[in-house]
Design a protein around this ligand. Structure first.
Ligand SMILES: C[S@@+](CC[C@H](N)C(=O)[O-])C[C@H]1O[C@@H](n2cnc3c(N)ncnc32)[C@H](O)[C@@H]1O
Length: 219
C-alpha cells in the first residue's frame, strides 16, 4: 500500500529509526547494485548520502574507501557506528549528522552515492545537490525508488525494509535523473530501471523496483 502524503522531514525519519522498521533496516545486506557497479572501482574518498544504519558505508570502508557517511537521524548513525566498529573499519568512516538539503561538504568526493534517501526536498533537486559534490573525475552513483507509473503493478518499491511504497514525490525514473546531468560534463555509464526480489522482514518475498544511475564527472 502506498504511504500517505507527508513530509520526509527529520521528525519522520527520527520516528522511522525509533520504530519497528529500524531493526529490519539495520539488518539488511549491502545494496546489490552498489556491489555490482562500484565493487571494481579503485577506492578514494566517498560520501554516502542518507547512509541509514551504515550498511553501504561500512561495505565501502572495508574495501578501502575513506567514507563520509551522512544522515539526518542520530539513531541511524548510532547503529551505523556500531556496525563499523564491529566490522573493524571505524577509523575509515566519518559520521555526519546533517540535513543534506542544507548541509554543504567541505570537500568534493571521488564517489558520491545514495541508496533510497528521500528527503523533504524534491527528489530530483536532491540528486542535483549531491551531484555537485562529486570531484572532477569522480563518480555519482544513485540507487533510488523507481517511480510508480514506471511499473504500476502494485508491488513494493525500494529498499525492501518493509512493505510500504513511497509516494511519487520520493521516486524517479532513470531518464528524469540523467536528463539533469549535463552531457558536456557527465559521462553516464548506467541508467537502469530494474526489479529484484528479496525476503522482507516478515519473511514474505518482496518485489523491489529500483532506478540506478552511474555517471562520471569529466576532469
Ligand atoms: C530509506 S532510508 C535508506 C537508508 C540506507 N541508505 C539504506 O539503503 O538502507 C533513507 C535514509 O535517508 C535519511 N535521510 C532522509 N532525509 C535526509 C536528509 N534531509 N538529510 C540526511 N539524511 C536524510 C534517513 O534518515 C534514512 O536513514
Amino acid at each position: 500500500m502506498a504511504e500517505q502524503a507527508h513530509s520526509f522531514d527529520k521528525n519522520y525519519w527520527d520516528d522511522v529509526w525509533h520504530g519497528d522498521r529500524a531493526m529490519a533496516m539495520a539488518a539488511g545486506q549491502p545494496n546489490p547494485h552498489l556491489i555490482r557497479e562500484i565493487g571494481n572501482l579503485a577506492p578514494g574518498t566517498a560520501l554516502d548520502a542518507g547512509c541509514g544504519a551504515g550498511i553501504e558505508a561500512t561495505w565501502l570502508a572495508a574495501r578501502g574507501w575513506e567514507v563520509t557517511a551522512a544522515d539526518i537521524s542520530a539513531d541511524a548513525l548510532a547503529r551505523a557506528g556500531d556496525r563499523a566498529t564491529a566490522t573493524g573499519v571505524a577509523d575509515r568512516v566519518r559520521w555526519v549528522e546533517a540535513d543534506l538539503s542544507t548541509w554543504e561538504p567541505d570537500a568534493r568526493y571521488d564517489l558520491v552515492t545514495t541508496h533510497y534517501a528521500h528527503p523533504a526536498m524534491p527528489q530530483l533537486e536532491f540528486y542535483d545537490r549531491i551531484a555537485s559534490w562529486v570531484a572532477p573525475g569522480g563518480t555519482l552513483f544513485i540507487v533510488g525508488h523507481l517511480q510508480h507509473g514506471s511499473h504500476g503493478d502494485g508491488s513494493a518499491h525500494g529498499h525492501g525494509h518493509g512493505d510500504h511504497s513511497p509516494p511519487e514525490s520520493a521516486s524517479a525514473t532513470a531518464g528524469a535523473i540523467t536528463a539533469r546531468l549535463d552531457s558536456a560534463s557527465w559521462d553516464v555509464s548506467t541508467a537502469r530501471e530494474s526489479q529484484r526480489t528479496m525476503v522482507g522482514p516478515d519473511g514474505k518475498e518482496l518485489t523491489i523496483h529500483d532506478v540506478v544511475v552511474k555517471a562520471v564527472l569529466r576532469q
